[in-house]
Design a protein around this ligand. Sequence first.
Ligand code: HEM
Length: 168
Amino acid sequence: MIALLKAVHIGALALWCAGLILLPVLMHVHGRRAEMRTQAGFSEFRWLTHFSYTCVVSPTAVVAVTAGTALIFAAQVFDVWMMLKLVAVAGMVVMHALLGHMIVKVGEGHGQFRLPRVGLALLAIVPLIGTVLWLVLAKPDFEDLIALLPEMLLEPRGNTIPARLDPL
Ligand code: HEM
């Protein structure tokens, strides 16, 4: 079961990551071509970005995150590196949403929207993907880092057990 979940997870995240890298390149290069000012060029841009975002990149993101979440419980992975990985994945999700926002603005902005330098998104996306891969493959031990936290955050507060623990 774990092997199957991992296979689905890795297959889907390979497509998701590839899409997150490809989309800014596609939008940056295609969006600046002279043909963008013709109806055929704009339609091609619109089709390529809309189709890849809605039919490939977003569904594979959902599958990768769903399989990953199931893996946390199936493989009982509750380590610090895993929590940090989730923070980096949240950054990837933000970038994913940002690209979707730009695709909608270009496609439905009736010429009112000027595409920013989308390629710059790679400056955030590539390091985020790299961080996630490093965390999950190196599984660094953050025990030393945790030891730097103030003592009061690392010990129980010694409160008395409530009389009733079951929900009212
Ligand atoms: C919410 C999103 C995600 C969750 C909950 C999640 C969770 C997990 C879990 C629990 C494992 C199993 C770890 C183990 O058995 O040691 C795993 C494996 C893995 N994950 Fe994720 N993951 C997520 C997103 C990602 C992303 C975006 C990437 C890549 C950029 C990624 C890359 C990997 C890789 C390469 C493995 C295999 C590691 C190995 O077998 O040593 N994951 N993930």
